[in-house]
Design a protein around this ligand. Structure first.
Ligand SMILES: Nc1ncnc2c1ncn2[C@@H]1O[C@H](COP(=O)(O)OP(=O)(O)OP(=O)(O)O)[C@@H](O)[C@H]1O
Length: 268
């Protein structure tokens, strides 16, 4: 199957700092790929390149076979519609209902005046309710977002991406601020919607244990380079030590935030 998201030879420097060096990997429809690596490895820079917040110095990023470089105006807006985003801090509008937050995902699909006036067509409201149902939150549709638990808010954010009809979902540490049970629920929902809707999910995770359990594949960065690209099962304690330069903490613990040891190339 042709990839939905593809990075080819992407490099990015900030002054003297190499954030990414010749990074290549791709995601197939329905695939969940965990992006792991110590602090400063380049994970956020990957996300910034895919959303065009920064442009790579070299290489290309393609979504659905379309190179994002040079896209502007309407073409860029259309490409961005294909990319849904989920953040650590949920990024919902707290005073708005869960339903209105999900409807915000329709922004790229309906006339701007409808968004401003919050007068969405009935079909969009039906779709938004169906998306909330998919994440198990239909009964919370009219509840203020800031009255929901963290895990519920993240599920609303997933519903918003579903309503957006994105083909790629970038999840930047989506469960870092959740307790273990809520984290499992959110990642379970992410995996289910990825498979059922054919959405390619790229998810940065600090908890390597979660990457093993919920991802199909793992891409590990270190010093801006890909040091492991393999099925999630290949993320063994030995591979962990290669990536992070330190032994793996006890089960369920977060990966270390930084490391000093020199990089070693793990299994390809
Ligand atoms: N705007 C910037 N200006 C200068 N250096 C930057 C900038 N953004 C990132 N960097 C550097 O690029 C490297 C990669 O940073 P990046 O934020 O992508 O890492 P990360 O893996 O996301 O880290 P973390 O897990 O801590 O969020 C780091 O050395 C960082 O200091």
């Amino acid at each position: 199957m042709p990839p939905v998201l593809s990075l080819s030879g992407v490099s990015k420097t900030y002054g003297p700092t190499t954030a990414l060096a010749d990074v290549s990997f791709s995601l197939a429809p329905g695939e969940v790929v965990a992006l792991v690596g110590p602090s400063g490895a380049g994970k956020s820079t990957v996300f910034r390149c895919v959303t065009r917040l920064v442009d790579p110095d070299n290489g290309s990023v393609s979504v659905l076979g379309r190179d994002l470089a040079g896209l502007g105006g309407r073409a860029l807006r259309e490409a961005r519609r294909d990319i849904g985003l989920i953040f650590q801090q949920f990024n919902l509008i707290g005073r708005m209902s869960a339903l209105d937050n999900v409807l915000a995902g329709r922004m790229g699909h309906v006339a701007t005046w409808r968004v401003v006036a919050r007068m969405f067509p009935a079909a969009d409201r039906q779709l938004a309710l169906a998306c909330l149902d998919r994440v198990g939150l239909l009964d919370k549709a009219y509840q203020r977002a800031d009255s929901l638990s963290g895990g519920q808010q993240q599920r609303v954010a997933i519903a918003r991406v579903l309503a957006q009809r994105s083909r790629v979902l970038l999840a930047d540490e989506p469960v870092s601020s959740l307790d273990p049970k809520a984290a499992d629920t959110v990642l379970g929902v992410l995996r289910t919607v990825a498979r059922e809707n054919g959405i390619a999910v790229l998810c940065s995770l600090h908890q390597v244990d979660l990457a093993r359990r919920f991802a199909d594949r793992v891409v590990a960065l270190r010093g801006g380079r890909v040091v492991l690209e393999a099925p999630a099962g290949a993320l063994t304690p030995t591979a962990f030590a290669d990536i992070y330069g330190t032994p793996e903490p006890p089960a369920g613990g977060p990966a270390p935030s930084s490391c000093e040891a020199p990089p070693r190339i793990a299994a390809a």
